[in-house]
Design a protein around this ligand. Structure first.
Ligand code: CA
Length: 221
């Protein structure tokens, strides 16, 4: 469950937000001054901050500046009645992640919270550029295969078929699976295109590498 820090001095609004956020499955915490908000945010354990601009001590912009200045990267959604463009720009430039002018609908607030809480996408580096199996290597970027230290060119279909085998080494893949993965589901299942391409691949990779499993399909050994 995600903890939401509500920074707001108006009791009516904090009580409305607290009840609503609890009902939506969040853990709400309240700070009713800017200084309390900074203290609570620095302690950590807060997943997102709803920050009002009008606070009794220092205003929301000042709170934001101090938090970002102290390295707090927790997402911040600014809430304010001051719906002017200047305020909005100041908030975003000050490091706010979003800005919601009052009055706002509760549903919209929850949608924005969920959006900001969504985990950042992992960098694309997690996808390996080369798939390897024993002395075979398939380079996804150059679309070539290395067989026993020799690089061999493959046609687009041969490459797609080789990729499916390399992603499931040792596993028996049925003709239907191969057809669906390489040619798409709308291809005629009665076609012998899979067998034809397996024989092409055998010609390039070596006959013994793709084993026929009778009545089932093929396996990369
Ligand atoms: Ca206020």
């Amino acid at each position: 469950m995600s903890t939401v820090l509500i920074v707001e001095d108006e009791a009516r609004i904090t009580s409305f937000l607290t009840k609503g956020l609890k009902a939506a499955g969040f853990v709400p915490k309240v700070a009713d001054t800017g200084r309390d908000a900074i203290e609570m945010a620095l302690l950590g354990d807060i997943d997102i901050i709803l920050l009002d601009v009008g606070l009794p001590d220092i205003d929301g912009f000042e709170v934001l500046e101090q938090l970002r200045g102290q390295g707090v990267t927790t997402p911040v959604i600014m809430l304010t009645a001051r719906a002017s463009v200047a305020d909005r720009v100041a908030g975003l430039e000050g490091g706010a992640d979003d800005y919601l002018p009052k009055p706002f609908s509760f549903d919209e607030l929850v949608a924005r919270i969920r959006l900001r809480l969504r985990p950042r996408k992992a960098p694309a580096a997690s996808e390996p550029g080369v798939l390897e199996h024993r002395d075979l290597a398939l380079d996804i970027r150059t679309r070539r295969v290395r067989v026993d230290r020799q690089w061999v060119d493959l046609s687009a279909r041969e490459f797609a078929l080789a990729e499916v085998f390399m992603r499931h080494p040792g596993q028996v893949l049925s003709r239907e699976q191969l057809l669906a993965n390489v040619w798409g589901l709308d291809f005629d299942p009665g076609s012998n295109v899979v067998d034809v391409y397996v024989s092409y691949l055998r010609g390039k990779l070596g006959k013994e590498r793709l084993e026929t499993v009778r009545g089932v399909g093929y396996r990369l050994v």
